[in-house]
Design a protein around this ligand. Structure first.
Ligand code: GLC
Length: 736
């Protein structure tokens, strides 16, 4: 429990004065105007070895100790990337049962990525940071930016898709704007945590090109452009060393090459030894010894690897304080940036502004995958039959550490009912997972239904024929082997035999729309039968409102897919040719840089829906791309402009995507790579010119033989379009 800040500062000042009045002679580290580095050095110089060791490991499930003698407060962490987890008991995972810690659930980060709108990321970071601040949290354990390598990874819904550039662009504003609240973002899980089943034991190996070109860029952007104050080390191993203390990933790359000055926080239960944790860059150990993931033992926190075992080695002289002082500096820097940041405000929780932000991000992230005959939007006065468990099931409870206790969650059915001017009926259609509790939080829903599959389908089919429109709301959920932490999905298909329900519905009523609530690609055997398909993500507290906004045309959908939908699982790189997944122990990512659309294009495999795909209720026409010069010299840049017109009757937004193709390269390169994007809003008939600036960085690839980023002179193509498989115009240029 934390005391309020004013009282705390008074106590701290008194305690500082009381115990150091005689000998105090340096800058007042409580002086808010002193440079942080002075405050860090001052505090460090006062701390005993015991106090130093105390601040580099947890003291409870989500807090680490401060230095009471010096008036330095403890540090409080909280999950998660989509909202602020309910308060937990000191050493429990279950919620403490407070009545004032319900929160706003913002859309999952796949939805944020699908907005392709950097402003939405800034709004997201600001809003969730305000909720963390109000809840007195110093470190937000998110966002996650692990790359989608396999569509079966249970945690893909928490991340930003398959492309390193999109993930990097969309993580930076989130980090910056969380931190403007005086709350640290803790970017996770660094690095190569791309599956769940064997996340504690898989030992990932891959070539350096894939490491630098695919799996690290989003983390690098978060650190170097976002200025992240914390990074969470991953459970998995890389090159035989645990991710959370890893000589190459943490010491050499994160802290060396990238100059990260923040704190590396272990994932909960990711620390397994003292020496390596000391030497290879772990700064703050959470959730181990008490195995960190299930239950605590008495005085467990003193037994953490960076606690008494480390203290003993310091006392015996096995370690000097060299590594210790570096860890403590980083933790103190984190504390001065957050808990002792005297600039910060008081935040806000469950404000109308946050609900509006959640709704706007959802509105902008929903992807219109298909809309034959412009079936959508649905007219106000159309009678509607809504079918499917996901139309009513709460999705903010469950799924692992991102699970929340929300103040409200508008279901898709309620959103549709509230918006429609005509009658809206509901049929269950199928029964999936009737559960609804996680870590002591209950959805309060009783979804039990004793009817058989046949009875459920028969009811839905009979009602379908009587409605003007049928809206099937299905997809995945946060249950085990669905979109959930700790386990992976077992297949690409929809669970609970939803495919049969969809096929039956569209036969009964051709005006059937499928709205998928999910965070991962799924297969769609019915894709040619169904005229309209929406990818709706996990939208959080305002889910039903965002879905209704798009369904009824109050919002013109503008989302674009942040990942490829494979037509079949074996089409995707992690499963190609019957490759083993999930895999324990040593695992080589032998597709290398060919992840996502890079793979599908390299292998000429047609996806079900392509990276960057997303339709609109209007039509955007592209003119010819023009370059302001035909060649670029050393350090130069080329401007590429393309006119875009809204040729329809409805205002809308289009994300213009720029891909670069290196026509000839000494090493294999993908057919094309996303290197910029711009989202523009155009009224009916309106035109605008989008201009991209290309510099050498956008032409580089990582040459592992030189351990350097390299742009080779020669011919390049700038490909500009509405999706990775919908290039509208292109222009060539050369790099001298
Ligand atoms: C979990 C997750 C991590 C989360 C942490 C605390 O195991 O991997 O994302 O922030 O532990 O709940």
């Amino acid at each position: 429990m934390k005391v309020s800040r004013p009282i705390f500062l008074l106590c701290a000042a008194i305690s500082v004065a009381a115990c150091t009045s005689a000998r105090y002679d340096g800058p007042v580290y409580l002086d808010k105007d002193a440079p942080i580095e002075d405050r860090v050095e001052d505090a460090l110089s006062r701390m005993t070895t015991e106090e130093k060791v105390a601040v580099i490991h947890a003291q409870s499930k989500f807090s680490s100790a401060g230095v009471p003698r010096l008036g330095i407060p403890e540090l409080w962490c909280t999950d998660g990337p989509h909202g602020i987890r309910p308060e937990v008991l000191w050493d429990e995972w279950s919620q403490a049962g407070w009545t004032n810690d319900s929160c706003t659930a913002f859309p999952a980060l796949t939805c944020l990525a699908a907005t392709w709108n950097r402003d939405m990321s800034a709004l997201y970071g600001k809003s969730i940071g305000e909720e963390a601040l109000y809840r007195n949290k110093d470190v937000l354990l998110g966002p996650g930016v692990n790359i989608l390598r396999t569509p079966l990874n249970g945690r893909n819904f928490e991340y930003m898709g398959e492309d390193p550039y999109l993930s990097g662009q969309m993580v930076v504003p989130y980090v910056k704007n969380v931190q403007k609240n005086g709350v640290a973002a803790c970017v996770k899980h660094f690095a190569l945590n791309n599956e769940e089943t064997f996340r504690h034991s898989i030992d990932v190996d891959l070539d350096d090109r894939a490491l630098y070109e695919i799996y690290l860029p989003a983390f690098k952007a978060a650190v170097q452009e976002g200025g992240a104050w914390a990074v969470m080390g991953s459970y998995n191993l890389y090159h035989g060393q645990h991710g959370t203390y890893n000589e190459r990933l943490i010491n050499r790359i994160l802290k060396g090459e990238w100059g990260f000055d923040g704190a590396v926080i272990s994932d909960w239960g990711a620390t397994h030894e003292t020496d390596a944790a000391v030497k290879y860059g772990l700064d703050l150990e959470f959730g181990s010894w008490t195995d960190g993931l299930a239950f605590g033992a008495s005085n467990a926190y003193d037994n953490y690897y960076l606690a008494n075992p480390y203290l003993a080695k310091l006392r015996s002289g096995e370690f000097t304080t060299k590594e210790l002082d570096d860890k403590v500096r980083r933790v103190l820097r984190l504390i001065f940036r957050t808990a002792m940041n005297s600039e910060k405000g008081f935040g806000s929780l469950n404000s109308e502004a946050h609900a509006a932000a959640a709704r706007q991000i959802g509105d902008e992230g929903i992807v219109l995958l298909k809309n034959d005959g412009n079936l959508l939007p649905v007219p106000d006065d159309a009678s509607i039959l809504v079918v499917g468990e996901n139309a009513v099931k709460m999705m903010t409870v469950g799924g692992g550490s991102s699970s929340l206790k929300v103040q409200h969650e508008i279901s898709p059915l309620d959103g549709i009912r509230n918006r429609s001017k005509a009658e809206t009926k509901y049929a269950r259609g199928y029964v999936g997972d009737v559960g609804g509790t996680f870590d002591g939080v209950s959805s309060g829903q009783d979804l039990r239904d004793g009817r058989t599959e046949e009875e459920l389908i028969a009811e839905a089919v009979a009602m379908a024929g009587e409605a003007d429109y049928v809206i099937f709301v299905g997809g995945l959920n946060k249950s085990e082997h669905q979109d959930s932490e700790g386990l992976d999905r077992l297949s690409l298909g929809l669970p609970y035999d939803q495919d049969a329900v969809i096929s039956a519905l569209v036969k009964a009523n051709p005006r059937t729309i499928v709205a998928l609530v999910s965070g991962n690609p799924v297969s769609m055997p019915w894709v040619s039968e169904v005229p309209a398909i929406l990818q709706c993500w996990y939208l959080g507290s305002e889910a039903g409102n965002s879905i209704a906004d798009v369904l009824f045309g109050d919002v013109n959908p503008s989302g674009k897919l942040p990942f490829t939908f494979p037509a079949a699982l074996e089409d995707s790189p992690a499963h190609y040719g019957g490759r083993q997944f999930p895999n324990n122990g040593p695992t080589f990512y032998d597709e290398g840089i060919f992840v996502g659309y890079r793979w599908f294009e390299e292998k000429d495999i047609k996806p079900l829906f392509a990276f960057g795909h997303g339709l609109s209720y209007t039509v955007f026409e592209y003119g010819e791309a023009k370059a302001d010069k035909t060649s670029m010299g050393e350090g130069g840049r080329i401007r590429i402009s393309v006119p875009v017109k809204n040729a329809g009757e409805t205002a809308g937004s289009e994300t213009v995507q720029l891909y670069i193709s290196d026509v000839e390269s000494s090493l294999p390169r993908p057919r094309k790579e996303l290197k910029d994007f711009a989202k523009i809003r155009l009224g009916p008939g309106e035109s605008a010119t989008v201009t991209f600036e290309i510099d050498e960085d956008k032409l580089c690839f990582y040459d592992d033989s030189k351990a350097a980023w390299t742009a080779e002179p020669g011919e390049f193509r700038a490909l500009i379009g509405s999706a990775s498989d919908d290039i509208r115009t292109e222009v060539g240029f050369t790099l001298k």
